[in-house]
Design a binder for this molecule. Structure first.
Ligand SMILES: [Zn+2]
Length: 314
């Protein structure tokens, strides 16, 4: 039988899922990693994957494909670009996996794009051919699926929805070096920033936040009637709805899924985002649905597996 491994690579650990070809998740293993840049680290990954397989009596020769997410650009030929936030030698790891799993097709996919593919395969976009996934986390990422296939782009930057310029008046600089990006308003960090700015304007003491991306406390404050939290969430929703209206004009998706950590508070802003979208969208795209993603933080793992499966089947 053929199995697929979906590997979500994070900064300090990786999460690997063993799937069958139909997309059933059989087992998951978390593998602690150091910087994945040398043979010692590659061996830790290979060993962890081996343990995942042996726990289910699967031999390495039965692994048909291995997909891996990376937090950075991957072009349509699967080449990994510069990774700014993680120490990973993608080619080195690929070589080590080729040795350990000689029969397997090995594929890399950008993490936000992987989440979109995962939702398409087994999540909220099942049965849909054209969809966009917007991941609201520490930053804002996205994945665009057209006719059932991921759009990677010529330079691996397709779906960089977080860097759509939404506000030309912004004075603060985004992580990308530009000003007024969606990420500055709709990421966890952005929502907290909007909340603090609203409190400053109103000369109100903000509720205590446990960290700089603690949107849960902002959402709770909103539920408790905090006017500044309401202002921040309305501002975030306005920008996000506008961004979705722009995206709709280019891609015309059937559905936009909202995922990532901030999607935990989806019910708080769902209606406001939809209203903003309707206010700003081209009438031809108004039937587009907006809904929450369903796979949570396993979407990347699912998508990595699906990406590898698609390449294996080519
Ligand atoms: Zn930016």
């Amino acid at each position: 039988m053929a199995y697929i491994l979906g590997v979500d690579i994070g900064g300090t650990s990786i999460k690997a899922g063993l799937f069958d070809k139909s997309g059933n998740l059989i087992d998951v293993k978390k593998i602690q990693t150091i910087e994945i840049v040398n043979d010692v680290a590659y061996a830790m990954v290979v060993q962890g994957l081996g343990e995942l397989l042996s726990a289910r009596d699967v031999s390495s020769s039965e692994v048909a494909a291995i997909g891996m997410t990376v937090p950075g650009p991957v072009d349509s030929d699967g080449r990994v670009g510069v990774l700014a936030n993680i120490s990973l030698d993608a080619e080195g790891l690929k070589g080590a996996l080729h040795k350990a799993f000689p029969a397997a097709t090995i594929a890399f996919v950008n993490d936000a794009n992987a989440a979109a593919l995962g939702e398409l395969w087994q999540g909220g976009a099942q049965g849909v051919s054209n969809c966009v996934m917007v991941t609201l986390g520490t930053g804002v990422g996205g994945g665009v699926i057209v006719d059932g296939h991921l759009v990677a782009g010529a330079f691996g930057a397709a779906g960089e929805i977080g860097h759509l310029t939404m506000n030309y008046e912004e004075t603060q600089t985004c992580g990308c070096g530009r000003k007024g990006c969606l990420e500055q308003y709709a990421s966890a960090k952005g929502i907290v920033r909007l909340y603090h700015a609203a409190c400053e304007r109103a000369k109100q003491t903000p509720v205590e936040l446990s960290h700089e991306t603690d949107t849960i406390s902002v959402f709770k404050a909103y539920a408790a009637g905090d006017a500044c939290a309401k202002e921040a969430i309305e501002e975030m929703s306005e920008y996000l709805g506008r961004a979705l209206a722009l995206i709709a004009c280019v891609v015309d998706p059937e559905v936009v899924l909202i995922g990532g950590g901030v999607a935990g508070g989806y019910d708080v802003y769902a209606e406001k985002v939809t209203e903003s979208f309707w206010r700003h969208c081209f009438s031809g795209c108004a039937a587009m649905r907006i809904s929450a993603a369903t796979l949570g933080n396993e979407a990347g793992m699912y998508g990595a597996a699906y990406c590898a499966l698609q390449q294996w089947g080519k």
